[in-house]
Unconditional design. Sequence first.
Length: 128
Amino acid sequence: MIRALTIDLEGQVGKVYRNLKNGLWSILFKMGDKEWVVAHVATVNLVNVTFQVREAGWLRVVHERRKNIHAFAQGTYMAANSAPATAISYNPYQAGHFYCEANRQPIYSASHVRLAGVQAFATLNGLF
């Protein structure tokens, strides 16, 4: 079920992760001292993105073979202005970081990321 945005996130910094239960992207937004899921959406565009993997969560996934929320794309929410071309991915059983699908090179940041359906694409800014 898609939870419609009730606040305007345009230009705000937040986190996004793939929600495996509903197949959508969950948007986390910091309000006060806590982060809250404010929406579940099919498509998200972020600029000035950093990719974060919480090591303890990643190690727990690998050890227990049970998924948990530990990997995020953090950036500024923006309306789509272009279509990034580099396919990116994250699989905790293959690596403890995000990577380019074509060559498996680790990536830690991108200038633009589009998360749509089950796919993720990025415009990389040369920081591997």
